[in-house]
Ligand binder design. Structure first.
Ligand code: SAH
Length: 212
């Protein structure tokens, strides 16, 4: 498949949906999403749809990945600083993040997916992506403080560790349980305290504790 042309069409659609951050659009245009999904799903890799990645988990649709990363970057020009991702899954979003941030720490609680992400990312040779196996609810203090924290799994409440590991001036973007469903939560850590906003409804897999 001529995946470059197909990705360019996807990027045009993302821009049409309102994504404007040039670094996010170029990252979405360069990372080959079809390499992260099962061979039976390759034909759907550039449609704006979430796809199964095994062990009951899903890769988010490109529209949601680009929207969340744009929010995370909060309008900075050039790469942002260190980022923590909770929920590596197949590694796709970690690869996109590697294009827009200086360092990416990504944690996964399911061994099978952690290994899969490692296999998927190896040929891309991304020296600034660090994959960790563990419970992301505890964050990863050693890599912090983070300019950005992004979760690909939705919990009832925000783990305190994430807030603690966020740098002053940093931003956290995560799905949280809200009004009987899930919504995107954005938290800014400011000298005056935390500033929180709830944005649109989303559908993410649940944030779970412990490893498996
Ligand atoms: N960003 C991923 C999306 C994966 S789906 C991608 O691009 O493929 C969300 C992932 O979060 C799942 O793999 C799930 O196992 C993981 N997850 C859920 N709770 C977690 C936790 N406490 N710590 C780490 N990962 C978690």
């Amino acid at each position: 498949m001529d995946s470059l042309a197909v990705r360019q069409r996807m990027v045009q659609k993302l821009a049409g949906q309102g994504v404007t951050d040039p670094l996010v659009l170029s990252a979405m245009g360069s990372i080959e999403r079809h390499r992260f999904v099962d061979s039976a799903l390759v034909n759907q890799a550039y449609e704006d749809t979430s796809l199964p990645i095994g062990l009951g988990q899903t890769i988010s649709k490109p529209g949601v990945v680009s929207r969340m990363i744009e929010l995370l970057r909060n309008g900075v020009s050039g790469p942002m600083g260190r980022v923590l991702e909770i929920g590596t899954g197949c590694g796709y979003q970690a690869a996109v993040l590697s294009c827009v941030a200086t360092e990416v720490y990504s944690i996964e609680r399911l061994r099978g997916l952690h290994d899969k992400a490692r296999d998927n990312l190896r040929p891309l040779l991304l020296p600034n992506v660090h994959l960790l196996f563990g419970d992301g609810m505890a964050g990863y203090a050693k890599g912090g403080p983070y300019s950005g924290i992004i979760s690909a799994a939705g919990g009832d409440a925000l783990p305190q560790a994430w807030v603690d590991q966020l740098a002053m001036g940093g931003r956290l973007v995560a799905p949280v349980v809200h009004a009987g469903g899930q919504a995107l939560l954005v938290v800014d850590k400011t000298p005056q305290g935390l500033r929180q906003s709830i944005l649109e409804a989303v559908h993410f897999v649940p944030l779970k504790s412990g490893v498996a």
